[in-house]
Design a protein around this ligand. Structure first.
Ligand SMILES: C[S@@+](CC[C@H](N)C(=O)[O-])C[C@H]1O[C@@H](n2cnc3c(N)ncnc32)[C@H](O)[C@@H]1O
Length: 377
């Protein structure tokens, strides 16, 4: 549950006084010196200093990771231990540059030293197991270009930069040709397996007969559902150029007989009927409130009585994953020029406004990447 907004004037005034006192204390250099020296407060002071340093240095860490991925360093080490010189020759960097990168990556647990050689570190190994993360990191060049002047981005209200061009439907709602949808569709397909695995573990899809995945991209989620639940008829509703990619994928996977493609835009075309389960996987947060609410209303109208909507996406104010919501996705979607991350509470309130009777949050294994809310017609 997200923290309730304080409205009681007495509680509000007490909290205001406490926060003012706390912040004066934390900002005082005398207190900082004392906290760092006293054995009782030293561990807290050190951990807070580390947290603050990470906040200051985060961009440099991200760029270290970007260099590891762009050079293929992590992939090279995936094959086993390598010396710095051997790596330097393979990744086309001078030995000094390679060593600098290796040492930076070791500090971030991306690699680690093993005698005279280097191997993957724990974070590097986990990252290699998730192809989607490397693709996400690779496309962050666009995000960072837009964030080079974050104040200007905030002033102009978002969009208008590299990321808005990448997500074509943010700049030109409901549009996109084969060439413009390909990069984002590939990225979404690469990062889809983690989301699909969690959603499939969280919800029993076999209780339904026909499922429609709205904004289903090139069909990664539908293909995962098809592999898990043999009885379900499946469909994707996405922009025509993206729908074509899904069609090709289903044909290649032998799923053409079980799947339907509905090409169109949910901004201008009706939501197809005849499905007792509709899914929105990483779609709602892409859209501003008016569009998102109109979509939820259209889905409510298209579902039969007793039908269900399932929403799966990373959400704001997720306990333990707060920075991923309002900080990362908040600024990411601002740069993209459309949508915002919403908390589970906000989504459930929107669902009630759209006419849904009962809503529920389902537990997922890694809420930082995916939370699931279901709603009954
Ligand atoms: C962030 S991607 C998510 C794709 C997929 N659900 C996934 O999780 O991999 C959003 C999808 O919504 C689609 N989309 C955007 N605007 C749309 C519209 N107006 N009508 C139909 N689909 C739309 C995009 O083409 C894209 O495939």
């Amino acid at each position: 549950m997200s923290k309730p907004v304080l409205r009681n004037p007495i509680l509000l005034s007490a909290r205001t006084s406490w926060l003012a006192w706390r912040n004066r204390l934390l900002a005082s250099s005398r207190f900082q010196r004392f906290a760092a020296r006293c054995w009782l407060t030293r561990p807290i002071a050190r951990s807070r200093a580390r947290g603050l340093f990470d906040l200051v240095a985060g961009f440099v860490y991200s760029q270290t990771l970007a260099a590891c991925i762009a050079t293929g360093l992590l992939d090279r080490l995936g094959g086993g231990p390598q010396t710095c010189d051997a790596l330097a020759a393979q990744i086309d960097l001078p030995p000094e540059g390679t060593l600098r990168l290796l040492r930076a990556a070791a500090a971030l647990q991306l690699v680690e030293r093993l005698g005279d050689a280097w191997v993957l570190g724990s974070a590097g190994a986990a990252l290699r197991g998730n192809g989607g993360i490397a693709e996400m990191v690779a496309h962050h060049g666009l995000l960072y270009a837009d964030l080079a002047d974050p104040v200007a981005l905030l002033r102009r209200g978002g969009g208008g930069g590299a990321l808005a061009g990448y997500w074509g439907y943010a700049e030109a709602p409901g549009a996109g040709d084969a060439e413009s949808v390909a990069p984002y569709s590939r990225l979404m397909a690469a990062s889809q397996p983690l989301v699909a695995a969690q959603t499939l573990d969280a919800y029993r899809f076999a209780r339904h007969r026909r499922m429609l995945d709205i904004g289903g991209g090139e069909g990664g989620f539908v293909a995962s559902v098809a592999a898990r639940v043999a009885s379900l008829e499946l469909a994707v509703f996405d922009l025509p150029a993206v729908g074509e990619r899904a069609r090709a994928r289903f044909v290649a996977a032998g799923l053409a007989g079980r799947t339907t493609i509905h090409p169109g835009s949910f901004r201008s075309d009706p939501v197809p009927r005849g499905y007792d389960l509709i899914t929105l996987v990483r779609v709602l947060h892409d859209h501003d409130d008016s569009v998102a609410l109109a979509l939820l209303r259209a889905i409510h109208a298209a579902l039969p009585p007793g039908g269900r909507l399932l929403i799966a996406e990373p959400m704001a104010q997720t306990p333990g994953a707060e920075p991923a919501g309002d900080a990362y996705f908040g600024l990411y979607l601002l740069a993209m020029g459309s949508g915002r991350p919403r908390s589970e509470t906000e989504i459930r309130a929107m669902l009630r406004t759209a006419g849904f009777s009962r809503t529920r949050l389902l537990p997922t294994a890694l809420p930082i990447t995916c939370r699931v809310v279901i709603a009954d017609r």
